[in-house]
Design a protein around this ligand. Structure first.
Ligand code: FNR
Length: 180
């Protein structure tokens, strides 16, 4: 069975990006496992020298053993959010472990925002990061959910049938890519 780790780039309870990831998990509960970046500290080389934080080590192990990584990334100021970049930076340490965690790892990015024409810049901003890490960035599909406040209900449930269909098509393609 293919195993994909999902990370949301937002820490807030009512996050649309977490809601999008949960909707993806609802479609593929056996395949998609959602992990959290909430316990990952700010990157500090002194902290790294005194021993890798446990939440970083366990997330490295989880991603290293998975067939793929799916990010649900907000867009901040036309780029990726610092909290998620911080997590990926930790996951790339020490650099000798990059091959176990990211090398040839299928990676895809989705995103949601209340605005229009959104998360395009954030998704593009992730490209050079995963190229640097030697991952296999999936470009076979795109999913950018604009007007997110109208797409998700009060409890964060995906209330838009067309977006659900697009999400299902995106996941189908990415899962196939991860299984290759
Ligand atoms: C934003 N937001 C935003 N949205 C967007 O589409 N393009 C952008 O460049 C930005 N920039 C931006 C900067 C900062 C500092 C914040 C806090 C927010 C709005 C953002 O998409 C919105 O807050 C989302 O709801 C964040 O995602 P979650 O938390 O709902 O997953």
């Amino acid at each position: 069975m293919t195993r994909i780790v999902g990370l949301s780039g937002s820490l807030r309870k009512g996050s649309y990006n977490t809601a999008l990831l949960l909707a993806a998990q609802e479609l593929h509960p056996q395949i998609l496992q959602i992990a959290s970046i909430a316990d990952i500290p700010l990157y500090d080389a002194d902290l790294e020298s005194s021993g890798m934080p446990e939440p970083v080590e366990s997330l490295k192990r989880l991603i290293g053993g998975a067939d793929g990584l799916l990010l649900s990334s907000p867009e901040y100021n036309n780029s990726m959010p610092g909290v998620l970049k911080n997590a990926v930076d930790w996951l790339s340490r020490p650099s000798g472990d990059i091959r176990n965690v990211f090398r040839d790892k299928p990676v895809a990015v989705i995103g949601a925002s209340p605005g229009g024409f959104v998360t395009i810049s954030a998704q593009a901003a992730w490209l050079p990061v995963f190229r640097a890490l030697g991952a296999r960035f999936w470009t076979g599909g795109r999913l950018m959910v604009s007007g997110a406040h109208k797409v998700f209900g009060e409890r964060g449930q995906l209330a838009d049938a067309e977006i659900r269909e697009r999400l299902a098509a995106f996941l189908g393609g990415f899962i196939e890519f991860c299984t290759d």
